[in-house]
Design a protein around this ligand. Structure first.
Ligand SMILES: O=c1ccn([C@@H]2O[C@H](COP(=O)(O)O)[C@@H](O)[C@H]2O)c(=O)[nH]1
Length: 267
């Protein structure tokens, strides 16, 4: 089963469109062991309400070697819980280096099933990521229009639309029936533009970051989904992991509320 199929199957079976971000900040904890335990506890608590999990690589890399070990455990625990893993690394480089990034993050011990990719160096530099992802039934999520307010500095003037066109065309090269291996990152913080990006990339899974802490609300996101409620993953990290300090019960309730909010928006 491909990443897109696994996510879609879980979305329909558990009725959830929520992607839970795991972005553990060392300053919230006594030490890395405390961070590790809490992150794994949040993962387990939120899993029943999640279609997938999205560790942000920066937070694990910031810890050095222990961070890689924690990431490996997070990926392994997610798989035990049946959760597809989307690593948020926003990698991108010239082709030979891109191939090494792809091997590192899409194969091996702390690999994800999918990876976010930055297309700024050109579309050919995205190909090595796609090749490795496809060889492993995985996916890539290309940055199309990010959630931050200043994205327009570089992503305006038709750039996001150009990337969206490449995503759509590249998915059309694949024979998969519904969603292809190239997903797209479109910020949940741009609710009035979601319908446009949905239409531009009909076979792309959309990753919608920005739910919660960045101000996006579940009721704003309906236009990103296809009829039947598939095709998009709304992502929240701080709003789940630190819903109320380090309370894991609050994390569970936050994930449940976001899942319910997203479902209500689709009714
Ligand atoms: O456009 C983008 C792409 C990725 N992100 C990442 O998502 C989470 C958001 O965290 P919250 O706590 O839910 O705000 C974080 O890891 C970002 O690096 C994004 O915010 N926007």
């Amino acid at each position: 089963m491909t990443f897109a199929q696994a996510v879609t199957e879980r979305t329909l079976r558990l009725n959830t469109r929520l992607c839970v971000g795991l972005d553990p900040r060392l300053d919230a904890y006594h030490d890395p062991e405390h961070l590790r335990r809490h992150t794994l506890d949040v993962l387990e608590a939120a899993a029943p309400y999640a279609a997938c999990v999205k560790p942000q690589l920066a937070f694990y890399e910031a810890l050095g070697l222990p961070g890689f070990q924690i990431l490996e455990e997070v990926c392994s625990a997610a798989r035990t819980l049946g959760l597809p893993v989307l690593l948020d690394g926003k990698r991108g480089d010239i082709g030979s280096t891109a191939a090494a990034y792809a091997r590192g993050w899409l194969t091996g011990r702390h690999a994800g099933d999918a990876l976010t990719v930055n297309p700024f160096l050109g579309f050919q530099t995205v190909r090595p990521f796609l090749d490795v992802a496809q060889a492993n039934d995985g996916a890539i999520f290309v940055l199309v229009k990010t959630s931050n307010p200043d994205q327009a500095d570089l992503q305006g003037n038709g750039v996001s639309e150009k990337v969206a066109a490449w995503v759509a065309q590249t998915n059309d090269e694949t024979p998969e029936p519904q969603y292809g291996p190239v997903g797209a990152v479109v910020g949940a913080t741009h609710p009035t533009e979601l319908a446009t990006y949905r239409a531009l990339m009909p076979r792309a899974l959309l990753l919608l970051p920005g739910l919660g802490a960045q101000g996006a609300a579940p009721q704003d996101l309906q236009a990103a989904f296809h009829p039947g409620g598939t095709g998009a993953l709304a992502s929240a990290s701080r709003a789940v992991q630190y819903a109320d300090g380090l309370s894991v019960t609050a994390s569970r309730e936050a994930a449940r509320a976001l899942r319910d909010g997203l479902n209500s928006a689709l009714d």
